[in-house]
Ligand binder design. Sequence first.
Ligand SMILES: C[S@@+](CC[C@H](N)C(=O)[O-])C[C@H]1O[C@@H](n2cnc3c(N)ncnc32)[C@H](O)[C@@H]1O
Length: 286
Amino acid sequence: MNTFWSKSVQSTELLDTSRKEKFNENNRKLWFNLLHIRNNLKILEVGCGSGHFTNMIKAYYPTCQVYGVDLDSNHIKFAKNESKKLNLDVHYQVADVKDLPFEDNSFDIVFSHTLVEHLPFDDFIKEQKRVLKTGGKLVIMRIDMIKKNDKPFLYLEDEINEIYNGFTYPKRPNVGEYLEDSDTTMQKLNQYNFKNIKLNYDRIIYYMPDAESNKKVAIDQIERNYQTKLSYAIFETDRCKVDAETKNKLLNLLKCQYEERLKLLNSNKKIFDFQSSLLITISASK
Ligand SMILES: C[S@@+](CC[C@H](N)C(=O)[O-])C[C@H]1O[C@@H](n2cnc3c(N)ncnc32)[C@H](O)[C@@H]1O
């Protein structure tokens, strides 16, 4: 049983809350366009993590046959439970992208989100190409982690960062080790004889409560953001074996920060803090 990712890199809960924050109702159409989703297609997500995308596709395109695979058995267990809760018929299984348990030429779309940078490109691509139908779409998505363009909520931020700066972070083998420029990835797809190779850059602002006219949506954003920060703090304090006192101090600071943010919202004091990510999408046809 492989649980490397959920135990050493990101817990399933952390992946799930952060993905729910980023891929939401406001930007759903953009995501589906970038993935070329239409009705009646057979779609596979490789490295599907907690299954948030895969479940969203099935929820909005019920006529599609949707499959998700991941190497980490905790992620797949979670994804299966979530799809059951949502009454969605999604096929999840533990599998390695290097050895996919599917017939040749079986999918219309094969996609990944933040997987390409974690393994050698040949290992990443060979099986995806094999299971893709001729004329089918390959979509590779990743986030640009370097060019952040956020305005954080500054209340208690220095105190929180000071605690994180004191952690000793254990090394995580292979994580992000194969990160390449988009043009290199496109050159490689060309060498694999993919056609119509295209690149998209989309700046997604996924958190800006003061720009929401609907107060409930604004509160949801603040809560999701808090949940993500909390999951991150719990995961990293455990992973870095931080003592209980420091952990409690950090969790308490995050709670105070969250309460202060809600207070500002409720008193109509707009500060326009926001968080965004730069989504890089490369698509190609087999
Ligand atoms: C950064 S996470 C992204 C998860 C999901 N795509 C998302 O964006 O929420 C990378 C995922 O790839 C999975 N993974 C890593 N190597 C893999 C492999 N060789 N085959 C299948 N999945 C793999 C990890 O277990 C992890 O769930």
